[in-house]
Write a protein that binds this ligand. Structure first.
Ligand code: ADP
Length: 628
């Protein structure tokens, strides 16, 4: 079994303080609210214990009615006030808590959005993040425990202080001489002995249960595969509409059922066996020792009362105070050992959060040009994906002509999408330069640079939000402009069928009257979103892939209206859809091997374009023959 690396107390505290700062950013005041509530919760029982002891002492002693009455009134009054304060604080804490649970994921999404795209796209980053999520789902390891630690430790510290105040007189009140041999209890050795026992109760139990927790924590590695399979298969049928048909068709449920029979967590698993032996053994032994040692302290308290050191009421006070004292010290120590285990998980969280941004971030702002005269040029650009030996692009030279339509064609894997990723600076090339108006794009502020592009990626994503918000990328938007963008993208007719117009919720995931749109319709909405952004460059990556021939023809015929004075880049492996472009660049094995108009390229009989064109034309002719 892999052991969790040793983490010192200082490091444990430091990493939790850092986590607390982060939590405070997304849920301000949450940890403070918990602290306040925990203090009141910890101290309130002592008020009742102390007042009840006075009441019982009076009952067992002088029994004066007016004094008894005063204590009863006091107990009721103080209890009511304390409960009221507790209720208010608890409510406040709960409100803050719900904010925390709904907000702390923002820490991760912010990180994902701010890290270099190349890092967010790496498998190791995804694996690390999956581990973080799985540990969190498995037992709340990571940020989730922070609120518990604040609650446990503040309550324990306040409880210890309260208990100490009520316990001191147990040692200072002497057994009177008249009690004979019981006066032995006044001997200082007894005080030291009882303190020793108290110390043992508080140390041994938590030490043993800490061992159990750390074995549990060490299981994270082993349980990772189980959790991974669980989260992978859990929602396969219920949440994943896209996969549902394949699962039915090919009986894929059998495969998931096979995995569910692997006893990762069930009876007979390594985990279950450990719980029944070592983990359970440590916890049981710890509890038994605490119970026995507490019994010794109770005997001491009772013997002192028997000797006449204090009244019967004080016995209840000391027994409760001692129980609370040991309980709270145990809680504190257990919290620390739990935090030590959690520190290992938080280390993973910060391994992720601290992934550095290594891409150079320039500070130049792009010129705002009304004439949209932005010259972009690829100058001898070569690029390999991180971890790959193969050049995905090699010696690419390309200058975009302002306001013109450029088509990029080529077989699958020829480098078309990589070219766009570099253009959008999702990656930086290893060799060569990409220039905007003669200046290396690395020197511009990234946000500013991105503002000149609207891209419709092949695997674009729409979200379960109203149609208008999807197009505008914001909840507040200019309805006229959104409407125009949808119209230009060819969505006008479909929009007319939507009762709620721009307020129609897309998809049914979040709303019963949400509307499911087809692949082609979704693509038109994505195009409208790109148009609404109104950037000088519009890039469409395989925009007609999921459109039917009529919709495809509609997009082509409208393309000039859509692109207006923008520079348009149009990626496709269907050559017939590129004919209308001013220029066509043919990619092959990461290089631009031909460039020209459709007619020029077709005239080069031994060129790739001619070969691809004929292959596709043949396919279309054959398809048409078959259809006939
Ligand atoms: P196209 O868009 O023309 O189909 P791509 O630009 O997607 O081609 O791919 C070009 C080459 O880069 C291919 O060999 C592909 O396997 C490789 N490639 C694409 N994405 C990645 C990636 N994330 N990591 C490693 N290699 C990649």
């Amino acid at each position: 079994m892999k052991k969790t690396n040793f983490i010192s107390i200082q490091d444990t505290i430091a990493i939790h303080l850092r986590a607390a700062k982060d939590v405070n950013k997304v849920a301000p005041g949450f940890l403070f609210a918990i602290s306040l509530y925990s203090i009141v919760k910890a101290i309130s029982p002592y008020a009742t214990i102390w007042m009840s002891a006075q009441l019982i002492n009076e009952l067992a002693g002088l029994r004066r009615p007016e004094v008894l009455g005063q204590w009863v009134m006091m107990i009721i009054g103080v209890t009511v006030v304390i409960e009221l304060i507790k209720a208010v604080l608890e409510r406040w804490q709960n409100v803050k808590e719900s904010l925390f649970y709904s907000q702390y994921q923002i820490l991760y999404s912010d990180k994902f959005l701010s890290m270099d795209f190349a890092d967010s796209d790496k498998q190791e980053t995804r694996d690390l993040f999956t581990q973080i999520l799985q540990s969190s789902n498995w037992a709340g390891w990571g940020y989730n425990y922070l609120s518990m630690y604040v609650c446990w430790s503040v309550e324990a510290i306040a409880g210890i202080l309260g208990a100490l105040v009520l316990t001191i007189s147990l040692f200072t009140q002497k057994v009177p001489e008249s009690a004979g041999s019981l006066t032995l209890l006044n001997h200082p050795l007894f005080v030291v002995g009882i303190f020793g026992i108290l110390l043992m109760i508080t140390m041994v139990g938590p030490a043993l249960s800490g061992k159990a927790t750390s074995i549990w924590g060490d299981m994270a590695e082993e349980s990772r595969l189980g959790n991974r399979m669980f989260s992978h298969f859990q929602w396969y049928l219920t949440e994943n509409k896209e996969k549902a048909m394949d699962i039915r068709m090919y009986h894929q449920l059998d495969i998931s059922e096979h995995y569910s029979t692997i006893p990762m967590f069930g009876v007979g698993s390594h985990y279950a066996k450990l719980c029944a032996t070592t983990i359970g053994g440590y916890i049981g032994l710890g509890r038994a020792m605490s119970a026995i040692l507490s019994g010794v302290v109770y005997v001491f308290v009772c013997l002192k009362a028997l000797g006449g050191a204090f009244g019967i009421g004080s016995v209840t006070q000391y027994v409760s105070a001692v129980t609370n004292l040991t309980g709270n010290v145990s809680t504190l120590l257990q919290t620390v050992s739990h935090m030590r285990t959690n520190a290992g998980f938080l280390k993973r969280v910060y391994e992720f959060m601290d992934i550095p941004n290594s891409m150079y971030q320039g500070s130049l702002t792009t010129e705002k040009r009304a004439d949209r005269n932005y010259e972009v040029e690829f100058r001898d650009v070569s690029f390999k994906y991180p971890g790959s030996e193969l050049w995905a692009l090699r010696h690419v030279n390309m200058k975009f002509k302002v306001g013109k339509r450029l088509a990029i064609v080529g077989e699958n894997g020829s480098g078309k999408t990589t070219f766009i990723k570099l253009l959008c600076r999702l990656y930086d090339p290893q060799e060569g330069q990409i220039l905007l108006n003669g200046i290396d794009i690395r020197k511009y502020r990234y946000d500013d640079y991105m503002n000149i592009f609207s891209v419709v990626f092949q695997d674009f994503q729409l979200i379960c939000q109203p149609l208008g918000a999807n197009v505008a990328g914001s909840m507040k938007y200019d309805r006229e402009r959104v409407f125009k963008a949808l119209k230009d993208a060819g969505f006008e007719e479909r929009l007319a069928t939507m009762e709620k117009g721009l307020d129609t919720m897309l998809y049914k995931d979040l709303s019963e009257d949400g509307v499911d749109v087809s692949g082609g319709e979704a693509q038109k909405i994505a195009i409208a979103r790109a148009l609404y952004k109104d950037a000088p460059f519009i890039i469409l990556d395989e925009p007609t892939a999921s459109l039917d021939p009529i919709a495809e023809a509609e997009i082509y015929s409208k393309f000039n209206d859509i692109a207006t004075d923008k520079t348009a880049i149009y990626i496709s492996h269907r050559l017939s859809s590129c004919k209308f472009c001013d220029e066509i660049a043919v990619f092959h094995d990461g290089a631009v091997i031909q460039q020209g108009t459709h007619a020029e390229l077709l005239a080069q009989k031994d060129g790739k374009y001619h070969e691809l064109w004929n292959a596709q034309a043949k396919y279309y002719t054959e398809t048409q023959k078959n259809v006939k």
